[in-house]
Ligand binder design. Structure first.
Ligand code: FAD
Length: 324
């Protein structure tokens, strides 16, 4: 089992997720999560807007199994929409269908998301349906298809590691799409495993949507991909208002500011809230160097120690299982 597998395993561990929620932002997560409440998040968005950067706001949470938790998440997202409107900030919403009850009941989830999309539509706010692991891919597209009959302020994500993404990008070319590499652990029957294959597909999908699609969000911290896109849009006369770059809050801040300064549309993904553990573990899984966000913070306080020891115990458990 690789380090990446460890952290993806941790991201889905219910016990650790539950513990982390109680303790607030720990383990270094405070540098990549914009606070635990709407007020703190809006301050971060205002600061980004001051630099000419827009925001896509993620009220953290996923894989919800309790109806009341899904309803609470829906209400919180409705409050975020109200806050975007009241504060007149340049921002939209990113949501995850599993946070709104997809694992509980499809219709329940549909109605929750419909309420969100409808309110956002009244304020002319865009809603992005983030993509999660493969088991939720088809139902998330289905939610999008059904809601698109009544609303056009919605779009989704195409994950470059899936073989089927080429078909999906053609099928959803009339949507605003975010294109990413893909953050979950998927088997080789479904997804490219090697960095070179994923990067190649990533570039092909970006180029296709830039040429044929509605609006493209290129979401990556990879300067090689960004440099390639800059060259491609220049050579193909793609207008600046047909695409944007996106990165996650707290990552490569200098590059975020530089791209905005160069005149590219730039949007930062701003996660906030107490349910930060799964999100943070996926960031650690993506890039071993991201561990330095965490290292100094882990064993210096009681609450960090509880979560840190829990995480370590889980890692050791997985290790011993994989050796058997
Ligand atoms: C805005 C946004 C939204 C996303 N939404 C989704 C989603 O809905 N579903 C999903 O599955 N995934 C999503 N992802 C995650 C995505 O799929 C990738 O897992 C993640 O972005 C890591 O891949 P990368 O392209 O950033 O580059 P990586 O493959 O992580 O890195 C490539 C290279 O870039 C450089 N680099 C990367 N990070 C840094 C850094 N911090 N500092 C310096 N150099 C660096 C290094 O040279 C590295 O080798 C999202 C990512 C972003 C940015």
């Amino acid at each position: 089992m690789t380090l990446k597998d460890f952290f993806i395993g941790l991201s889905q561990n219910q016990l650790l997720n539950g513990m982390a929620k109680k303790y607030g932002l720990k383990l270094g997560a405070q540098s990549v999560v914009a606070g635990t409440n709407i007020k703190e998040m809006i301050e971060s968005v205002k600061e980004l807007n001051n630099h000419g950067i827009s925001a896509t706001i993620d009220n953290l949470g996923e894989f919800v199994t309790d109806k009341q938790d899904a309803i609470d998440a829906k209400n919180q997202i409705l409050d975020v929409i109200e806050a975007i409107h009241d504060n007149n900030v340049n921002a939209h919403i990113s949501l995850k269908a599993t946070q709104l009850g997809l694992d509980i009941d499809y219709d329940f989830c549909f109605n929750n998301i419909k309420e969100i999309v409808s309110k956002a539509n009244a304020y002319n706010i865009f809603i992005n349906f983030d993509q999660e692991d493969y088991s939720h891919l088809a139902p998330t597209f289905q939610l999008l298809d059904e809601l698109h009959k009544d609303y056009d302020n919605i779009g989704t994500v195409i994950q470059s590691y899936f073989y089927e993404s080429r078909n999906n990008i053609e099928r959803y070319k009339d949507y605003r799409l975010r294109i990413v590499k893909g953050a979950y652990k998927e088997p080789e029957e479904l997804a490219f495993q090697g960095k070179q294959d994923i990067d190649e597909n990533f570039i092909n999908l970006i180029e296709y949507h830039l040429l044929h699609g509605k609006f493209t969000s290129i979401a990556t911290h990879d300067h090689r991909i960004i440099d390639h896109v800059k060259q491609f849009v220049k050579e193909n006369d793609i207008p600046a208002d047909k695409f944007e770059f996106q990165m996650l809050y707290g990552f490569r801040r200098d590059l975020q500011l530089q791209l905005a300064k160069e005149g590219y549309h730039f949007c930062t993904y701003v996660p906030f809230g107490n349910d930060w553990f799964g999100y943070f573990m996926r960031r650690l899984a993506e890039r071993p160097q991201n561990l330095n966000l965490m290292v100094k913070q882990v064993f210096n306080k009681k609450t960090n120690t509880v979560i840190g020891v829990g995480a370590a115990a889980f890692i050791l458990g997985r290790l011993s299982k994989s050796r058997k």
